[in-house]
Design a protein around this ligand. Structure first.
Ligand code: ZN
Length: 285
């Protein structure tokens, strides 16, 4: 073996070693990064500042069904009507009435402000509440119900992956949330369930229905959880709303001042064009 051949062999060995090290590094990185990145594109976390209903499909104001919901590992997704990723969840009120829905609360800073502006315009809405927030602020749940608004279960801790879990896990989560609500307001019906992130699956829809709740989606989404500002939230809601719309907004999960400010502009417009009603306590059939 001459010097040149030796040099080349050493070079090859170095390259191979470098490649192996690189692969190991990349593998290590991907393993380390996997939990947050394999998620949904949604910034939800147990104690995170930002909840949000935005699906993984991008910033569509319509809340496009997400790829996650399509993943369907359960093998039950046979019915063609369920192929939209929404699994039969409600996207409209079924009448000309418009329904405002407020997610992720209750929140001690913003929920009272939302209640105040709704009262000012004599509008009743539906609050999709997170179990651990209910447990922490039962007084706010009582205030919501006292004002004539209706309630929707939004899972215990806003788990956007809940639909991927076992039916028993899903059932326990929804029951725990309902129990927290009942502890605060024993007589208030809980007719609705909204899956965090809109990440519907067949099992989560099935369990919600089994527990007597109608799966609730939306068809107007100003992505207010991303705090785009009151002007943009106002424009997206007033332009997007039509007869039967279910509007998604947030009274918790981050800085919601933009949503509160937007409501002061949205409500004069919407109440002049539509009848705004809370979703009914007996669900929509
Ligand atoms: Zn939410």
């Amino acid at each position: 073996m001459g010097p040149r051949t030796t040099g080349r062999a050493v070079g090859v060995v170095v390259l191979v070693l470098a490649a192996l090290l690189g692969s190991a590094y990349a593998l290590g990185r991907s393993l380390l990064d996997d939990p947050p990145r394999s998620g949904t594109g949604t910034t939800a976390s147990v104690h995170g500042a930002e909840y949000g209903e935005q699906s993984a499909g991008g910033p569509s104001p319509e809340g496009t069904p997400s790829g996650r919901a399509e993943a369907g590992q359960d093998g039950h997704r046979a019915a063609e009507s369920l192929d939209d990723g929404l699994f039969g969840s409600r996207v409209t009120t079924g009448s000309s009435e418009v329904a405002l829905t407020f997610d992720d609360g209750p929140d001690p800073q913003y929920t009272p402000q939302v209640l105040e502006v709704l009262r000012e315009f004599h509008v009743r809405a539906t609050f999709c509440v997170v179990g651990e927030n209910v447990q922490n602020h039962p007084d706010l749940i009582r205030a919501i119900v006292a004002d004539g608004h209706t309630l929707c279960n939004h899972s215990w801790k806003h788990d956007v992956q809940l639909g991927q879990r076992s039916p028993n896990t899903i059932r326990a989560d929804l029951l725990r949330t309902n129990q927290a609500i009942r502890d605060a307001v024993p007589d208030a019906p809980i007719a609705w369930y909204r899956q965090p992130g809109g990440a519907w699956t067949y099992p989560v829809v099935s369990v919600a229905e089994e527990l007597g709740m109608t799966p609730l989606h939306w068809n107007v989404d100003p992505s207010d959880w991303q705090a785009p500002g009151a002007t943009r939230i106002t424009a997206l809601v007033t332009r997007g709303a039509g007869p039967g719309s279910i509007v998604l907004m947030h009274d918790a999960g981050g800085n919601r001042q933009g949503t509160v400010d937007a409501l002061h502009r949205i409500l004069p417009d919407l109440t002049s064009r539509f009848r705004l009603e809370a979703l009914p306590v007996d669900g929509i059939t």
